[in-house]
Design a binder for this molecule. Structure first.
Ligand code: ADP
Ligand code: MG
Length: 211
């Protein structure tokens, strides 16, 4: 198998993310009920169902795919996570061209996370989704520098995202709804970091399955 990642692979990733969010919807909502308003699972599931409905028509290219995903999330998910995940995907498209490989997909993921940071103005350690996303893209880049293909880079990224998710537990939230709780936000995993770990795990699973 060549190192290329097809548009079909990327569509499969988005579907796998939707499936994972559905499977974990109640867990995500339980995390958000501890430090937010108990809607992260339903927000994400609703948005991703709308995305998958749009994907009945196969997108012509990776940039088209991510534009559709991003615009659909922005318009169908209320709350903080809709615009943030929407921005993530909207920023992923432009760096990509027709042929996607480990390096270009890494650059697109990096652009996506940079978009979340620009939009949400969170810093690492603020107990947000970027605490899973930033380590994930760093691990991706390290893996590619070491010669990894996209599937291996995605595995490294998924492991880093999961560690980043777990590391949000002791943190005090400084952004988003959870920050209203102050010190009481400590002791719970951030829901957006948990859904972001699912995002990278879905990519890893999808790219591993096509080997
Ligand atoms: P809401 O907080 O509006 O109810 P969700 O529950 O769907 O929206 O999403 C909450 C998640 O959004 C948080 O767990 C956190 O990861 C993320 N989040 C909130 N504000 C920010 C921000 N400014 N920057 C990055 N992520 C944020
Ligand atoms: Mg919420």
């Amino acid at each position: 198998m060549s190192g290329a990642v097809s548009t079909d692979d990327l569509v499969a990733w988005i579907r796998a993310f939707r499936d994972a969010v559905r499977e974990h919807r109640d867990d995500l909502t339980a995390l958000d009920s501890a430090i937010g308003d108990a809607d992260h699972g339903s927000n994400m599931a609703r948005g991703l169902d709308a995305v998958v409905a749009k994907l009945e028509t196969t997108p012509a290219s990776a940039p088209d795919l991510f534009k559709t995903v991003g615009m659909t999330l922005v318009s169908s998910v209320g709350g903080a996570s809709g615009p943030l995940y929407g921005t993530f995907f909207l920023r992923m498209g432009p760096p990509l061209s027709d042929s996607v490989d480990a390096a270009s997909l890494g650059a697109a993921l990096r652009a996506g996370v940079d978009g979340v940071v620009a939009r949400g103005k969170a810093e690492p350690g603020d107990k947000t989704m970027i605490d899973a996303q930033l380590p994930a893209v760093a691990a991706w880049d390290d893996a590619v520098d070491g010669g990894a293909d996209a599937a291996d880079a995605a595995t490294a990224a998924a492991e880093a995202a999961a560690r980043g998710r777990d590391a949000t537990e002791p943190l005090v939230a400084r952004k988003g709804r959870a920050s209203y709780l102050g010190e009481r936000s400590a002791g719970h995993i951030d829901p957006g970091a948990a859904s972001s770990a699912l995002l990278f795990q879905a990519l890893s699973d999808t790219l591993a399955a096509r080997r």
